[in-house]
Design a protein around this ligand. Structure first.
Ligand code: NAP
Length: 340
């Protein structure tokens, strides 16, 4: 089985394509013959050791320790190649996507990946496997960040600001917030303003042109109900003033760019704003993946532009992600699995 592996935590340049054993499936596992794997910032951060605690345990999946050689990647699409004895609702040959537990379990940049069945969802025939690999991490993160909004529990018509609206997570957060009935503003570089507006944002603020406050306050004088921050960093504290008391700041943990969070928590508490730090969970992601795949297949949710790399070009894909400024999603063509 060909896979993109790393022999130790380090730079993306150290990954290599190697032969690894085909994984065995346990009773509740699914073996997927991978067609495409999505590339996310977590992939190069994880390679650098950024998602490991001091004991070598995964911060994202605390029950797992990293072992080497480690296979990279969390997103994948493909077809079901085998199922464990207790998996009765997926068929061999069925096209699926997964939000896997990533390298600490078994990464997706491999011709076969083993995942727990609740992390796997069938996809409708109108969604291609290439498209399927491009959404699990980014779209479920956006879904989980919007939480009660996507569940319809917040009163209709909240105002939502997505900080970093042109990236993978931002692209889905803007659209999902719009679909939930919210009015949406987003930040992006000027060059990406038209793209973010095309996703449904009423207001796009160029974060490079100065403070966000004047434009956001002109749009929503009392402040917005929800801010989803996909950018992080020291300026995150400035977002608090944009939120009305009783509102909520959701910080999508970036690991590399986050401060220790204390200042943010205190500023939020002082203003009467709830503050959540989100780390996406793959556990039970099937329902979210299914709902998202249906929205995509129905054309109610749009994928960004896709850029395809070959498996041998994994290091280049990871470098492209790390360089930032990615508008759209990067996917690796891993195998020749197509719908059967
Ligand atoms: N905690 C979790 O579970 C979780 C899950 C998924 C992702 N993440 C993290 O969330 C972040 C975003 O992920 P992604 O997949 O969306 O990344 P991405 O596709 O690479 O997009 C990042 C976007 O951020 C924008 N950006 C950069 N600096 C900015 C700034 N100062 N202000 C506003 N926007 C800025 C860029 O847009 P412009 O070119 O328009 O500036 C870029 O398109 C990453 O740090 C990732 O690791 C965390």
């Amino acid at each position: 089985v060909r896979a993109v592996v790393a022999d130790a935590f380090g730079d993306v340049g150290a990954v290599r394509v190697a032969d690894v054993p085909r994984p065995e499936v346990g009773a509740r596992d699914v073996l997927i013959r991978v067609a495409y794997a999505g590339v996310n910032p977590s992939d190069w951060k994880e390679l650098a050791g950024g998602l490991a605690d001091s004991q070598g345990r995964s911060l994202v999946v605390p029950s797992r320790h990293y072992t080497f050689p480690m296979i990279t990647g969390r997103d994948a699409s493909g077809v079901v190649a085998a199922v464990g004895a207790e998996v009765t609702d997926l068929d061999i040959g069925q096209p699926v996507v997964t939000l896997s537990d990533g390298p600490a379990a078994w990464g997706t940049f491999a011709e076969f990946v083993r995942v727990r069945c609740d992390r796997v969802a069938p996809i409708p025939p109108t969604l291609s496997l290439r498209e399927g690999a491009a959404f699990p991490v980014a779209a479920t993160t956006a879904w989980q960040a919007l939480g009660t909004l996507t569940a319809g529990a917040v009163r209709p018509g909240p105002h939502v600001l997505v900080h970093g609206g042109s990236g993978g997570v931002g692209t889905f957060a803007v659209q999902l917030a719009c679909l939930s009935g919210a009015s949406v503003a987003a930040t992006a570089r000027h060059a990406n303003a038209a793209y973010v507006r095309s996703l449904g944002a009423e207001l796009v603020v160029d974060y490079q042109a100065g403070p966000l406050q004047p434009a956001v306050r002109a749009w929503r004088p009392d402040g917005v109900e929800v801010v989803v921050d996909t950018v992080g960093g020291p300026s995150a504290v400035d977002l608090i003033d944009l939120i009305r008391p009783g509102g909520r700041l959701v910080s999508v943990a970036t690991i590399t760019d986050d401060d220790d969070g204390d200042e943010l928590h205190m500023a939020a508490a002082a203003r009467g704003v709830a503050h959540d730090v989100l780390i996406v969970t793959s556990k039970g992601a099937r329902a979210q993946l299914s709902a998202l795949a249906d929205l995509l297949a129905a054309g109610r949710l749009r994928l960004p532009k896709l850029q395809v790399f070959e498996l041998d070009g994994a290091a280049e894909a990871l470098r492209t992600s790390r360089a930032g400024r990615v508008v759209g999603k990067l996917v690796l063509r891993v195998g020749d699995a197509e719908r059967s």
